[in-house]
Ligand binder design. Structure first.
Ligand code: ADP
Length: 478
């Protein structure tokens, strides 16, 4: 997942949790506020009924339950039970309705047995209950219930009753559910807006970093300073650090390149001297067979060292090559190579190239590329080398195909590395340095092209070079 998406998701996750916590807190506060308003109302009605029942006026006693507010319900029940045998499953506790407020009609409060038992023990309870109504859905109510001694029928004997007063919760539920709907809708809108805003903000914040990455990618071929942005933010600081690091890298890189170039250059003179003297000895002095053999080894090794030094010098200078680019006629280039190797090579070199194929390049460097590839094919004991050029959409591909020994697959990925050799002893014997293909790759890439290899052991190898096509130069009138 990209950094941009991760930051956006994290911001949204934080926002969702904040909205949930906020919603829960507001919901709980609102609910407790709404419920706290009901209790005093119920308590007032309860004590009003209590005192009316105790009133000696007989009429008002029976009337006591109808005097409370019309949105309240009340019921007086006679409870029968034995305190000692009470329990959640007690069958010895039951109630009989005695008086009800008129709005309750034939319906009854449905208070849980456990709550009734608590009341019977003397507790004043304030709890949720329901009213079971005939042919109508039951009604949720908040009730207050109390055990009291009264004589509602004026019989001169106080008896135990339970008085239940309740208020329907539909208005409270309505307020709460409306609030929930509105809050959820607002939360969804806020989340959508926040998602859009977060994405934009994150994109804008990370843009400079992406710019740094693009610039760094562009200069990855060779250390080069990045353009420093204005300002003192973290991105500017990052670029300054990168530039300092690249300056250090560049100086190390230059020192290393310079060292290789100087060392190769210095080595060339003694090697040339050794070769000259040994060749003189071989040609001009009487030698025993053994001396001749030894001197021939010295010549061979010196030749190899000379090639190694030349290749190293070549590679060390590759960063500063000046390519003399122009339109190169591919058939001419490949014919030159064919001619060059025809004399020393015992096998056949075949050409298959369209007559009018031109590529952009430095003719000398391109010559070096194909000469290297053909010489490798010959070293690999090929009997037939084919130079095939093809016109492809944006450029040209030149293939050097041979029927030599082939290269085992495990070596192919590292073949273009410096000093990489498939079989060290064998390749040394054949005068290889392991630098040829590294030079080929460097030259081709400096031309904006690509080189790749396919090979089958025992069948042969094909190196392909892609180059940019050029238009044929216009003939000049003199
Ligand atoms: P060298 O200068 O030693 O030839 P290169 O970089 O040109 O080094 O080649 C690297 C290795 O790749 C060589 O050791 C050689 O074994 C192998 N190689 C290159 N071209 C071919 C080929 N056409 N067929 C078989 N092996 C090859």
């Amino acid at each position: 997942m990209t950094l941009r998406n991760r930051i956006t998701l994290l911001t949204l996750a934080l926002l969702v949790s904040s909205l949930l916590v906020l919603g829960a807190v507001v919901y709980a506060t609102l609910r407790s506020y709404l419920f706290s308003g009901i209790r005093p109302e119920l308590e007032a009605a309860l004590s009003q009924i209590e005192s009316a029942i105790d009133d000696p006026n007989v009429l008002s006693r029976l009337d006591a339950l109808s005097r409370i507010s019309p949105n309240l319900y009340a019921q007086l029940v006679r409870a029968f039970g034995d305190l000692h045998s009470l329990g959640p499953t007690s069958r010895e506790f039951f109630t009989v309705r005695i008086l009800t407020s008129p709005n309750l009609g034939s319906s009854n409060f449905s208070v849980s047995l456990r709550d009734l038992e608590r009341v019977w023990r003397g507790e004043l309870i304030y709890t949720r209950a329901s009213i079971q109504r005939d042919n109508l859905p039951s009604l949720n109510v908040q009730v207050i219930a109390k055990r009291l001694k009264a004589d509602p029928f004026g019989q001169g004997e106080l008896q135990d009753f339970i008085l239940v007063v309740g208020r329907p919760l539909d208005s409270v539920s309505l307020v709460l559910s409306r609030w929930l709907q509105v809050y959820s809708a607002v939360a969804v809108v806020v989340l959508l807006l926040a998602a859009l805003l977060a994405q934009r903000l994150v994109r804008r914040t990370l843009e400079p970093l992406e710019w740094v990455a693009r610039k760094a990618e562009a200069v990855s071929q060779k250390p080069e300073a990045l353009p420093e942005p204005q300002g003192k933010d973290e991105v500017a600081a990052l670029i300054r650090s990168l530039n300092r690091m690249m300056a250090r890298l560049e100086s190390t890189w230059q020192a290393q390149t310079q060292f290789v170039a100087d060392a190769s250059h210095e080595l060339r003179t003694p090697i040339t001297a050794i070769l000259g003297h040994v060749s003189f000895l071989l040609r001009r002095t009487p030698l025993t067979e053994q001396q001749r053999e030894s001197l021939e080894v010295v010549v061979r090794e010196s030749e190899r060292m000379k090639k190694l030094v030349t290749d190293l010098l070549e590679l060390s200078k590759s960063g500063n090559w000046k390519l003399h680019m122009g339109a190169v006629h591919v058939p001419t280039l490949l014919e030159q190579i064919q001619e060059e190797y025809a004399r020393s090579f015992e096998g056949r070199i075949e050409l298959e190239v369209p007559e009018n194929l031109w590529v952009q390049g430095d003719p000398e460097r391109l010559h070096q590329v194909f000469a290297n590839l053909v010489s490798n094919a010959i070293k690999a004991r090929a009997t037939r080398v084919r130079l095939v050029a093809r016109d492809v959409s944006a450029g040209a591909v030149v293939r050097v195909e041979d029927d030599g020994e082939g290269i085992p697959a495990e070596h192919l990925p590292r073949l273009f590395e410096r000093f990489y050799r498939v079989d060290k002893a064998r390749d040394r014997e054949r005068g290889g340095t392991g630098l040829g293909l590294a030079i080929v790759k460097t030259i081709v890439e400096a031309h904006g092209g690509r080189v790749w290899v396919e090979s089958t052991v025992g069948k042969g190898t094909t190196f392909s070079v892609s180059l940019m096509r050029a238009t044929a130069p216009q003939p000049q009138l003199r």
